[in-house]
Ligand binder design. Structure first.
Ligand code: HEC
Length: 238
């Protein structure tokens, strides 16, 4: 049967209209992906990669505070009974403290309704099972953004960073490196850290990292609490 010209024209218009709508929706998801940037400071979208916040992979439709392998959830969040969907995420992203008083997600919230809506449309894709690979494949976010701000690996740190001895004396730490240098640091400028992740120090030695403009502030990163307890001693010579 031949289609009437009117029908054809109508079909064409409807077709274009739905295409425009689909393009609009894709544009909003793209904007939402831009808004995700701020989340990547504390979250990874890779399964099992926990940063300051838990991995967000596969979270859509799951109960809050149940991500496996993350041991730092607050009771407030785990006991909240929240299931992550567009309504709960909307309230959470508007004001985490208002939805879950006492949560450790230090984020002041996104006030603009439109920004939140777009971000949630992006999360709807990103947080479904295998969504991470898809949003990276579709070019919505880069692989780096999906990984989140993972601290650099200390495994391959050179001998100038490997610490062979560290003593505390008076108001200072005296640090000896594998390269043979000995440095005194004011105790207040030294951050003592532990990195037990697979990115942590190799060789069973703590690592010296310089920070701050003048390089007089440092972090000493131990691979384990046991090594920290064994090596940090009060000793004034040698
Ligand atoms: C400053 C760090 C930080 C930023 C920025 C941040 N989060 Fe979080 N987020 C956390 C922490 C920490 C938790 C765990 C909170 C708790 O247990 O009370 C969390 C928890 C969550 C949870 C619940 C996870 C679960 O296990 O149920 C979701 C969902 C979430 N964040 C989404 C986001 C999104 C989306 C953004 C960006 C708009 C964001 N977060 C920005 C640190 C952050």
């Amino acid at each position: 049967m031949l289609k009437s010209p009117v029908c054809t024209a109508l079909a064409l218009i409807l077709g274009i209209a739905s295409q425009v709508k689909a393009e609009d929706a894709a544009g909003l998801v793209r904007k939402g992906a831009q808004a995700y940037r701020i989340c990547a400071a504390c979250h990874s979208l890779q399964p099992g990669v926990h940063l300051s916040g838990p991995s967000l992979a596969g979270l859509w439709g799951k109960k809050a505070g149940t991500v496996s392998g993350f041991g730092r959830h607050t009771k407030a969040l785990s006991n909240s009974g929240i299931v992550w969907d567009e309504d709960s995420l909307n309230a959470w992203l508007l004001d985490p403290q208002a939805l879950v008083p006492g949560t450790t997600m230090k984020f002041r919230g996104i006030e603009k309704n439109e920004t939140r809506d777009n971000l949630i449309e992006f999360l709807r894709q990103a947080l479904t099972e295998n969504g991470t690979a898809k949003v990276v494949h579709d070019g919505l976010i880069s692989k780096d953004m999906a990984d989140g701000q993972i601290p650099p690996s200390l495994k391959e740190a050179g001998s100038e960073k490997q610490i062979t001895a560290i003593h505390h004396c008076g108001d200072a730490y005296h640090v000896t490196t594998a390269a043979g240098a000995v440095y005194p640091f004011w105790e207040t400028n030294v951050r003592i850290k532990i990195d037990t992740s697979k990115r942590g120090p190799g060789q069973d030695r703590p690592i010296l990292l310089r920070s701050g403009m003048a390089g007089d502030r440092v972090s000493v990163v131990f691979p384990s609490l046991a090594l920290l307890q064994k090596s940090l001693v009060e000793k004034c010579q040698g």
